[in-house]
Design a binder for this molecule. Structure first.
Ligand SMILES: Nc1ncnc2c1ncn2[C@@H]1O[C@H](COP(=O)(O)OP(=O)(O)OP(=O)(O)O)[C@@H](O)[C@H]1O
Length: 375
């Protein structure tokens, strides 16, 4: 069941059309991330859901209740939409102690004092800030302030949580910790969560559904697996994945009923079912699907190692294959390859194909694993 529905939402700022026409259904209890580059309309979408921004046209339905309709003139203000927020700046009241920051909304909603006390204790325990209720925000670290903002959400128990880049002010280590915390919070509260980020790692690690946006338009909506492994177009393929996916040029032909991809001096026999006509094509392969072999085999391409970057458990290797730059990612700490001539191999069933003009991915109707043949 959809907890948040956006129908034909448009949003203009003067002559700038930030959202040309957005339709989105967010299932109850899900963790949905709006992901995309700066200026693609993520925050605008979140603010339209919250009511902090009024859409130019369209309809917003939260929990079955219309909170905005340009047709009927309905506009429910943010404070009456039953939402919890966390923003980049945690928006804590500097003049109020931690406990008061967490319980302010509850006292304003005239909750009985024993309920307020219980919720405060529970929230402080969950974010591991027990004993700090009497401090002012300025007496806390950035990470602790972040936890106070999370505690405020826990105490309020809203059915819908909206988060706009809540981790972007934290250092890398704390950000990783807080990702785990927010995911745990979502599991415990079972609140429908809409999370805005331009950080693909946050999106991939935390979400049930990722919505990739560009220029106010949804490019793809799907599970992290679908977004990573079955990108709908070149934009999504390039935006997701670090190191970036390899985009290469080849030529497709058919021989004896078989689809053949010509790349450099190699003919690659493709799995059956690729819905793509003959001729030049852009194809993609993720760096981790490229293997490095030290001896030439029947299905290998000669490559020159350019730069080797070990990251700990993995190593990023920049290669050149006849002047064509390719990145490989191997699952070990590797330093011995510098400036060597090696061979690379990649499996045909890990390739994805894109229309050179539209950038859209060509579908594969059935999946039969192909093989590579040296020309
Ligand atoms: N108040 C405003 N007045 C004018 N233009 C605005 C306003 N708010 C946003 N915009 C424009 O609308 C577009 C979408 O902005 P939005 O903030 O939603 O993008 P975003 O994807 O959240 O970006 P970021 O990741 O940088 O926060 C941008 O082109 C932005 O410049």
């Amino acid at each position: 069941m959809s907890e948040i529905t956006l129908r034909n939402i448009t949003k203009s700022y003067g002559s700038h059309l930030a959202l040309p026409s957005l339709d989105l259904d967010i299932p109850k209890g899900s963790f949905v991330t709006l992901l995309g580059p700066s200026g693609c309309g993520k925050t605008t979408t979140l603010r339209v859901i919250a009511g902090l921004e009024q859409a130019t046209t369209g309809e917003v339905v939260l929990g079955g209740k219309t909170v905005y309709s340009s047709q009927t003139g309905v506009f429910v203000p943010p404070e009456r939409r039953g939402l919890g927020f966390i923003f980049q700046s945690y928006a804590l009241w500097p003049n109020m102690k931690v406990g008061r920051n967490i319980t302010l909304a509850l006292s304003e909603a005239k909750q009985p004092s024993h309920v307020i006390k219980e919720r405060l204790t529970e929230a402080l325990t969950k974010v591991q800030l027990t004993g700090l209720a009497d401090r002012y925000p300025s007496e806390l670290s950035g990470g602790q302030q972040q936890r106070v903002a999370v505690a405020r959400l826990i105490a309020a128990r809203n059915a819908i949580l909206l988060m706009d880049e809540p981790l972007s002010n934290l250092d890398a280590k704390l950000r990783t910790e807080m990702r785990t915390e927010l995911k745990r919070l979502h599991r415990e509260l079972e609140a429908t969560t809409v999370y805005v980020t331009h950080d693909q790692v946050e999106a991939l690690t935390m979400s049930d559904i990722i919505v990739v946006m560009k220029d106010g338009v949804i490019q793809q909506q799907g599970s992290p697996y679908e977004i990573y492994h079955d990108p709908a177009n070149l934009f999504v393929a390039e935006f997701i994945g670090d190191p970036r996916i390899n985009l290469l040029d080849g030529t497709l032909s058919t021989a004896g009923g078989e689809r053949i991809l010509r790349f450099q001096d190699m003919d690659i026999s493709l799995p059956a079912g690729l819905q793509c006509s003959e001729g030049p094509v852009t194809f993609a392969i993720r760096p981790e699907n490229i293997s490095i072999v030290e001896r030439q085999g029947p299905f290998s391409l000669p490559a020159e190692v350019d730069i080797v970057q070990p990251t700990g458990s993995q190593t990023i290797i920049a290669l050149s294959v006849k002047g064509c730059r390719i990145t490989a990612l191997i699952p070990r700490f590797e330093t011995s390859l510098s400036r060597k001539n090696i061979w690379i191999e990649f499996p045909a069933d890990k390739l994805t194909f894109f229309d050179k003009d539209s950038g859209n991915r060509f579908p594969v109707i059935q999946s039969v694993v192909g093989a590579c043949h040296a020309a």
